[in-house]
Design a protein around this ligand. Structure first.
Ligand SMILES: [Zn+2]
Length: 442
């Protein structure tokens, strides 16, 4: 008994290492326990430098894998300087960073210093910094790795940011974020919930009062009061988004259950939208789509690219009015049959994925339909990461039906003569944005 208890205590709640892609060559995936990043803003030289400490455990000896898109200025493992080369997955699907030193299994500490160069601008005439960690699930390496070192999406960890602006500048800026925010004499400190992954965090620093803003609250069905911040450069967008947000929250709570994030941040700007955990950057028309992603995508989360179709299919199924259909209306897809190293979502999730959900809704008629099933999934698996085979298992346990043939045909492309190629069809809710589009959102 004592031993079992000990094992339970030692087992980190969010040790997701069993969800990592397979280790290869001398490289090993690791479990990050905590990331602390000090982000130093140098207004004189117009530079932003992140110094990040990562506490992690590797479960077998090898060179630990992380990711960081920009080059590191300095890397230390357990206090010793090392290189952090970019390496390819064995099938060339994606790239990562690995510490160029084999480490024994156990707990280690990594320090990486890098310059943040994407999605920021210094306004020289006013001396302000506008900066955001914009993300996308449509490109390879689209998450936090573009700004600071982190893990692949499978992992959940504690994360704290210290943004140092200096005592003169701090009061001239504001930070929109989905963590616990504290203003310090020289900057901002943010602590994020420990269920977060590399795709959860919302971070947008701007000149104070650059945006029209409204703070309000929503009393959840479980009695919790959820603080909401809605902001936009246009005041009428803020007012429209307020009405829409409250209406969609009531709709989603009524169907899937209580809102699970500590707050909600809505930034109305640009075309389409992107989801974060309890936050979104969105157009007014994509707002409902992005809010359901706080349930499926950033509430129940995908382990990797191959599970990304689940949440886009659910959100698109809602966009089309929770359809019900005895047939899928398509022949086959392989939207969940990509490389195990793939990190982005297959485009077919929006169209064929939504049709598959309408078909499941029909299949589950006797059990209350897909809404009842998804409510059950959300209630049991929110703040955890799931794979396609988990989703299939949940469906089968819930219904007592066997979905092997349907998944093989419609999701995994295991049918003769299937169209292997993903047709890249822009979705109005998630259009691909250009570098300039992202800068314009700052
Ligand atoms: Zn979406």
């Amino acid at each position: 008994m004592k031993l079992i208890l000990m094992a339970l205590i030692c087992f980190n709640t969010y040790a997701n290492i069993h969800l990592s892609p397979p280790n290869f060559d001398s490289y090993v995936f690791v479990d990050i326990k905590k990331i602390t990043s000090d982000i130093q803003v140098d207004f004189q030289n117009k530079e932003v430098i992140a110094t990040t400490t990562i506490e992690f455990e590797n479960f077998q000896s090898g060179k630990p894998i992380f990711d960081l898109v920009p080059d590191a200025i300095q890397t230390e493992i357990n206090g010793i300087t090392v290189d952090l080369p970019e390496i390819s997955s064995p099938d060339g699907e994606t790239k990562f960073r690995a510490v160029d030193k084999s480490l024994p299994a156990g707990n280690h500490r990594l320090m990486i210093k890098n310059k943040i160069t994407e999605n920021l601008n210094f306004t020289w005439w006013t001396g302000h910094l506008n900066m955001a960690f914009w993300m996308t699930d449509l490109n390879d390496r689209g998450y936090l790795e573009n700004y600071i070192p982190t893990n692949l999406e499978f992992d959940q960890f504690e994360l704290e940011l210290n943004v140092e602006l200096g005592s003169e500048k701090v009061n001239e800026h504001e930070l929109f974020t989905n963590g616990e925010l504290r203003t310090t004499p020289t900057g901002f400190h943010v602590k994020y919930p420990d269920y977060f992954t590399s795709s959860s965090l919302y971070f947008h620093l701007a000149k104070k009062d650059k945006f029209e803003k409204k703070n309000l609250s929503f009393t959840s069905m479980n009695g919790k009061v959820i603080p909401i911040t809605i902001y936009s450069s246009n005041n009428s967008n803020v007012r429209s988004a307020e009405t829409e947000t409250l209406a969609v929250l009531s709709e989603l709570e009524g169907i899937f259950g209580a809102w699970s994030h500590p707050s909600l941040v809505v930034y109305v700007a640009g075309s389409g939208g992107m989801e974060y955990a309890g936050a979104t950057r969105t157009s007014l028309s994509a707002l409902g789509h992005e809010l359901i992603h706080s349930y499926f995508a950033r509430g129940v989360m995908p382990v990797r690219g191959n599970s990304g179709w689940i949440d886009e299919a659910i959100a698109s199924w809602r966009d089309k009015g929770y359809q019900y259909n005895p047939s899928t209306g398509f022949y086959t897809t392989s939207m969940a049959a990509h490389s195990v190293y793939r990190r982005n979502t297959d485009y077919r999730a929006y169209n064929e994925g939504a049709k598959f959900m309408a078909y499941l809704n029909y299949q589950l008629s006797d059990q209350g339909g897909l809404k009842t099933f998804l409510k059950d999934v959300y209630s049991n698996y929110k703040h955890t990461s799931i794979t396609t085979s988990d989703f299939k298992k949940f469906l089968e346990n819930f219904s007592g039906l066997d979905f092997t043939t349907d998944f093989a045909r419609y999701i995994l492309g295991q049918r003769k003569g299937h169209a292997k190629h993903e047709h890249v069809e822009e979705n109005p809710y998630h259009p691909r944005l250009s570098k300039q589009d992202y800068l314009d959102l700052l």
